[in-house]
Design a protein around this ligand. Sequence first.
Ligand code: NZQ
Ligand code: ZN
Length: 393
Amino acid sequence: MYNFTYYTPTKVIFGKGTEAKAGQAIRSFGGTKVLIHYGGKSVLRSGLLDRVKATLDDSDIPHVELGGVVPNPHLDKVYEGIKIAKENGVDFILAVGGGSVIDSAKAIAYGLGEPDRDVWELFAHERRAKACLPVGVILTIAAAGSEMSNSCVISKKDTADKRSYNDDISRPKFAIMNPELTETLPDYQTACGCADILMHTMERYFTSSGNMEITDSIAEGLMRTVIANALILRDNPKNYEARAEVMWASSLSHNGLTGCGTDGGDFATHMLEHEMGGKYDVTHGAGLAAIWGSWARYVYKDCLPRFVRFAVNVMGVAVEGSDEETAVKGIEAMEDFYRKIHMPTSFAELGITPTEEDIRDMARRCIAACGGPKGSAKVLDEDDMVEIYRMAR
Ligand code: NZQ
Ligand code: ZN
């Protein structure tokens, strides 16, 4: 068992109607002038944006707004947000949306924390942040877990770089989570979210080093819960209880809870996917589902006890035959689940056709973004990554 620091300072306000508490929450964290940040049309169509503005008005909190954040959020929008926030004396950023909006908000907050520095330097890993403005969240999709995470992922369009920067100072002050707000999601986005939530726990679960039984039990329970409720939502998208289970799982999956006592996890699948996102702008959760099976088949022999335990405790595989056979059955069961919720399990199903040159380019960039070989279940070098991308075709 490894030593660990568990730091989750985010205040969670969960349940029906909780978006009405946004003004009060901002006040309690000292916000006096707010930038409301959001994505495309969903918050306009649902009326959520108007309701949020009303609660801020009720709390006498002046606000400006900036929408237009796209999935796999762009650096250009971050610069725009920093400019608007500076011009208006903003001291608090309120993200109303999903991972893309929250990450864009975090990046704006970093930019305002050190107004004389280029925020991209953080994502290029040229320096660490010294300051960050407070961020609050009203979550509209259960997926990325950014509402409680220390992570921020931004894409630079001109170079097709999708890069992450992790720092506890960007963890949101509060996260308002009303599962009802996710009822307007397209089924595809709900499923992509479930794939991402599962992956955040799987990244931490498939480790070769460090072990803590309570962490494993929480992780396994979380994965079983998401799988069961993803299937409920596939058939009944309005099921409130299922939406609530999945929403809470999205936060617990990526706030560090399922990594306590281990070496921090594998995270190679995420890094492999980020390159796919940067090059092809695929939806994050679908990209993860498309690459995971190839990753798992490539690494399982190096992490066999974990894959056997996953097969039995999460996927319900009966213990028959060799450990290797059980492990492979667990991988196949996970891929079957992906298919059941209409997630891709290959590049072809994802709708991308990388050439050999594209694959080599993604592997090269991935190694650079990781700062060298990556993984815990198996440490992957560039050739390993090339092979996994090839297997995913
Ligand atoms: O832009 P709008 O119109 O709001 O539409 C969004 C978007 O098209 C839509 N949507 C969101 N809530 C909705 C809704 N549509 C209808 N009703 C609602 N209630 O859903 C689409 C996807 O939104 P997005 O924010 O992109 O989804 P997600 O939460 O999956 O975020 C993905 C981003 O987060 C990053 C990913 O790489 C990707 O860039 N990640 C961030 C992490 C973090 N910061 O901790 C960790 C993750 O591993 C991930 O990498
Ligand atoms: Zn993710």
